[in-house]
Design a protein around this ligand. Structure first.
Ligand SMILES: Nc1ncnc2c1ncn2[C@@H]1O[C@H](COP(=O)(O)OP(=O)(O)OP(=O)(O)O)[C@@H](O)[C@H]1O
Ligand SMILES: [Mg+2]
Length: 245
């Protein structure tokens, strides 16, 4: 991944596969012997003794250096979940400091957001975009494959550009075993929106694999910028899609 030491992972929505993509990036970093830490600044929607996103990351990637800075039980955006629980929200400026510190001692720190890019973490309206800007970290956008993804992805990319954020790439979080017309057409349109080939495509079901199989899927599904061997041109050919012009 060149000299990138912090990668912020966001999605076009909740449930698009940020955790699975985060685990895949972490798995490849671990495989090539890089020290890697994974951070979830705010985990919502899980109780104290329940597994959170980082447990999935550990299970799938084998990376055990993980940090959850705050947890709120209600399945809400972090700011709302803190409000409902009557506890202070997570501070993204403190989160930034801790992440910088981790970046000093790890080759790569992967930070998974909550929901999408502009979800609020506190009552002042701090978002993952602010965190990425503070960290000067590139942002990886996880998108759906299906109908509706083009608008969500365009909005996310436009919001990033307006805030001066660097795009690390767009990854499709869950590619169906039998893609329909919309999914197949969306590949070229997602590439047009981001003005670059897809940074990766993970197959549907990847999150349920064991660690070894998951590592294989990560290698095949993430592009070189993320340490894998995914070839977007070959992928387009497989689905007989028009080349990126
Ligand atoms: N490629 C995949 N293979 C298998 N399951 C997947 C895949 N992508 C996503 N899922 C499943 O879809 C659900 C949502 O995925 P995931 O938890 O990665 O989303 P998320 O974007 O991290 O959501 P959140 O906003 O809650 O963090 C999970 O149950 C996950 O197991
Ligand atoms: Mg997640």
């Amino acid at each position: 991944m060149g000299r990138v030491s912090i990668l912020v992972v966001t999605g076009t929505d909740t449930g698009v596969g940020k955790t699975v993509v985060t685990a895949a990036v972490a798995a490849l970093a671990r495989e090539r012997g890089s020290s890697v830490a994974v951070v979830k600044p705010a985990q919502t929607g899980v109780g104290e003794n329940e597994p959170g996103d980082l447990d999935d990351v550990i299970r799938l990637s084998g990376v055990t250096t993980t940090f959850e800075f705050a947890r709120f039980p209600d399945p809400l955006a972090p700011a709302a979940a803190a409000r409902v629980a009557g506890v202070p929200p997570v501070s993204l400026s403190e989160a930034a400091e801790r992440i910088e510190e981790l970046a000093g001692s790890h080759r790569l720190v992967v930070v998974e957001g909550a929901g999408g890019l502009l979800v609020r973490f506190d009552e002042e309206g701090a978002t993952l975009a602010d965190l990425a800007r503070t960290l000067r970290a590139p942002v990886l956008v996880v998108a759906r494959a299906a109908l509706g993804t083009l608008n969500h992805t365009a909005l996310t990319l436009e919001a990033m550009a307006g805030r001066g954020l660097d795009l690390a790439g767009v990854v499709i979080g869950s590619w169906p075993a039998e893609p329909g017309l919309a999914e197949r057409c969306n590949v070229a349109d997602l590439e047009m929106l981001s003005a670059r080939p897809l940074a990766g495509v993970l197959p549907e079901g990847a999150g349920a694999l064991d660690r070894e199989a998951f590592a294989g899927v990560a290698r095949a599904g993430l592009g070189p910028v993320l340490g894998g061997g995914f070839n977007p041109a070959a992928f387009r050919t497989t689905f007989r899609l028009a080349p990126l012009s």
